[in-house]
Design a protein around this ligand. Structure first.
Ligand code: AMP
Ligand code: MG
Length: 469
């Protein structure tokens, strides 16, 4: 694996040199051959446990822990940072694009604040399943290259075996990374970070001066909208959309408390700590908008020496979020329903459907899949929707099936299925079911998936997810 250093040029306190803590008995649990091939990563199978367990470090490229701030549930923490992750560096793929390679669960860092720097096996495997499923669903996301068991115990309730996830991302620059440098008043580093993010993700931005950073913000807004739209298209609830978990690239990161929605309801929340529903399914666009506003605030020193004048030019971008989002949201529903062109009455058609879904507690994924397959005569429309569907059918046309098929998955990584697979895996230390499931999740739009994996849970009232496990 040919690594190059990343972020070390920004500022000393931004990327702090730090070594993973070696683990006693690393063994590879999961390895993503397809991703390794795509990224041109060749590490011989017998060396993978040492490399992706953090025991072997390339002597030429030192690992770093990145600093970042974060608004966590709207409360600002100036110094969060990688408390349990080490960035090994970046690799170039066949097209010359760089990908960050990060170990998560690789030991304490200067940012750990009393945490143990470790990760339990369950959440590690869950992150692998979720992120690979999201990738196959067409949602922008960080990826997982490997999960390595450490052979050590992590002290959670109850104690569990430890694991290290190798995360791959087009960058680890977060909204919180900008907040970190802005809070320290380090404008030189702030500018360097913005220029790095532009070069990495938005290289078409050629303007200079304040225009450059306004264009940057506009791009980030666009990508955040694309991201949240794709989450909502497949029923994903991120669960912890703090500014430290919001990547400038618009990729999904941090799979701790996420979950897929079963029954349709905009108010759905699974995270045990999200008592106010801040990160509920239907509130995700508002929060993405709020997070973009925090990025805009951090960019003020790059826009104008006079704060008021800076705010005057940044605000219209933030205020334009909602309209841009609504336009994309309307398009998303039109695709999910295969609508022919646009008519004013479509808004009502969608609203009526969503009201029926939530009144009758219908499963989001299975309903849209059934509507799609009904056009081919393969599935019946749920009886609760019979009357509504007569109006809908008048709005479909020759291309509806093809469009809907791409927008509506059959197989999503459902919470209760993952729980069962993790149980099986924990009991046996491996699981044939897990490999089969991962294989199936690679083709979520195909109709031949195991029906058991597509079945909605009987009861999910008590299902909860947890952060920082
Ligand atoms: P998260 O909830 O994963 O977004 O994490 C929030 C912050 O807590 C980040 O700074 C993490 O690095 C840190 N953190 C989470 N778990 C641990 C842990 N086990 N040890 C040290 N730091 C942690
Ligand atoms: Mg995080």
């Amino acid at each position: 694996m040919k690594l190059v250093p990343r972020y070390t040029e920004i500022a000393d306190q931004f990327a702090i040199a730090d070594m993973p803590s070696p683990v006693s008995q690393p063994s590879v649990l999961l390895f993503n051959d397809a991703l390794a091939e795509q990224l041109d990563i060749s590490v011989a199978p017998e060396n993978r446990a040492m490399v992706f367990g953090g025991n072997y470090i390339d002597p030429k490229v030192g690992p770093v822990a990145l600093g970042y701030s974060g608004h966590q549930f709207a409360h600002f923490s100036p110094r969060l940072g990688d408390g349990r992750a080490h960035l090994l560096g970046a690799v170039a793929d066949q097209d010359g694009l760089l990908w960050d390679i990060q170990l998560k669960g690789s030991g304490a860092t200067p940012f750990s604040r009393g945490g143990d720097g470790r990760c339990a096996i369950g959440p590690a495997v869950r992150e692998y399943i979720m992120s690979e499923a999201m990738h196959a669903l067409g949602v922008p996301t960080t990826r997982c290259l490997a999960v390595v068991a450490t052979g050590e115990t992590v002290y959670r309730q109850p104690p569990q075996p430890g694991a290290i996830v190798t995360r791959v991302a087009s960058s680890h620059i977060r909204v919180g990374s900008f907040q970190y440098l802005a809070t320290q008043g380090d404008v030189t580093s702030l500018k360097a970070l913005a220029d790095l993010a532009i070069a990495r993700h938005y290289p078409h931005i050629e303007s200079t001066g304040s225009e450059r950073y306004l264009a940057f913000l506009a791009e980030v807004i666009k990508q955040q909208i694309t991201l949240v739209i794709s989450w909502m298209r497949v029923g994903f609830i991120h669960g912890v959309m703090n500014t430290d978990n919001t990547l400038i690239s618009g990729e999904t990161i941090d799979y701790g408390p996420c979950a897929m929605m079963n029954q349709f309801d905009f108010d759905t929340v699974f995270s045990s700590i999200d008592r106010q529903g801040r990160y509920a399914f239907g509130n995700q666009p508002n929060i993405a908008n709020w997070n973009c506003a925090r990025l805009a605030e951090s960019l003020i020193p790059l826009i104008n020496e006079d704060d008021e004048q800076a705010v005057a030019v940044l605000s219209p971008l933030i205020n334009g979020f909602a309209e841009q989002f609504n336009h994309a949201f309307t398009q998303m529903w039109a695709q999910k329903l295969g609508l022919d062109g646009h008519q004013d009455s479509d808004t009502e058609l969608v609203a009526e459907l969503l009201a029926l879904l939530s009144d009758h507690k219908l499963d989001y994924t299975n309903t849209f899949n059934a509507l799609t397959q009904s056009l081919e005569g393969d599935e019946a429309i749920p009886t609760e929707l019979t009357q509504w569907s007569q109006k809908w059918q008048q709005r479909t046309y020759a291309s509806s099936y093809a469009i809907m098929r791409k927008a509506n998955p059959k197989l999503i990584p459902r919470n209760h299925i993952i729980e069962n697979i993790l149980k099986d895996f924990n009991q046996k230390g491996q699981s044939a079911m897990l490999s089969e499931y991962l294989q199936a999740l690679r083709q979520p739009y195909q109709q031949d998936a195991n029906e058991l994996w597509c079945t909605a849970p009987q009861d999910e009232e008590n299902y909860q997810t947890f952060c920082g496990t």
